[in-house]
Design a protein. Structure first.
Length: 253
């Protein structure tokens, strides 16, 4: 499975590019678009392991040539690319040629959102959406990113003491993770992510424990994944929102 929410779209039709981009956005993915195979090949070394939606018929460098080039030259870096052909042809000969050119799968035009969603689920393990990107904080108790349900008490003094520890300690944990990543101290990064993860689970902060688990696993493997800074930034921004909401709704009441 590819663990990357960013899907590569190689399509020369502006209308189809727009369609795929919209579908992917609705399904919780990001997208990066290229107009032909040559544009993709020129940039592919900068891109992590990804699913590629590759139109078979393209100008400059068609889908067959592009797929063969990726398989022969571009995966030597250790990245893995799942190549899904996009074609309007259904002839057996064309499908056989697509398979022989190194494609993993194909979709037939016109591609529906339902078909695209089903196909991507076969190959992509999505990272959780960063709550800091979709939620605006406020002090009125609305759209809260956290829950106190696991405390299971009405003792306000006790609640405040537990929340106070979270608010005080979490920024230090996150600062330690960022420092460890900057120096590529994988073991420290793994340990801190492992220690911080239960704190977000305890307060039911959506997605962050999954992101911390991914950071932990990448660190365990010494995997300098290009998404690491984005994940650390998501944990940092989400924690700041949670702390701001806690301060407004617990300590100021």
């Amino acid at each position: 499975m590819i663990q990357n929410n960013r899907i590569i779209v190689v399509e020369d039709s502006e209308a189809d590019q727009l369609l795929f981009t919209k579908y992917l956005q609705q399904l919780g993915y990001e997208s990066v678009c290229f107009r032909n195979g040559r544009e993709l090949i020129d940039e592919i070394n900068k891109l992590p392991s990804s699913v590629i939606l590759l139109d078979v018929e393209l100008p400059v460098m068609n889908g067959m040539e592009t797929s063969r080039h990726i398989r022969n030259f571009c995966e030597s870096s250790g990245n893995r690319y799942v190549i899904i052909g996009i074609t309007g042809h259904e002839a057996v000969e064309i499908i056989d040629e697509i398979v022989a050119s190194g494609f993993d799968d194909c979709l037939h035009k016109p591609v529906s959102r339902k078909d695209l969603e089903a196909k991507l689920k076969q190959y992509v393990k999505q990272l959780p959406v960063c709550q800091a990107n979709i939620t605006s904080t406020n002090g009125n108790g609305e759209n809260l990113l956290y829950s106190l349900d696991m405390l299971d008490t009405d003792d306000q003094e006790f609640i405040q003491s537990i929340v106070h520890m979270f608010c005080d300690n979490t920024p230090e944990f996150i600062s330690s993770m960022k420092t460890a990543y900057a120096s590529r101290d994988w073991e420290t990064l793994r340990q801190v992510a492992h220690k911080l993860k239960p704190h977000f689970i305890f307060f039911s902060v959506d997605g962050i424990s999954d992101i911390l688990h991914t950071i932990e696993e990448f660190a365990r493997a010494g995997n300098d994944d290009p998404r690491m800074p984005e994940m650390l930034e998501c944990v940092d921004r989400t924690s700041k929102l949670v702390i701001k909401q806690m301060e407004a709704n617990i300590f100021n009441n």
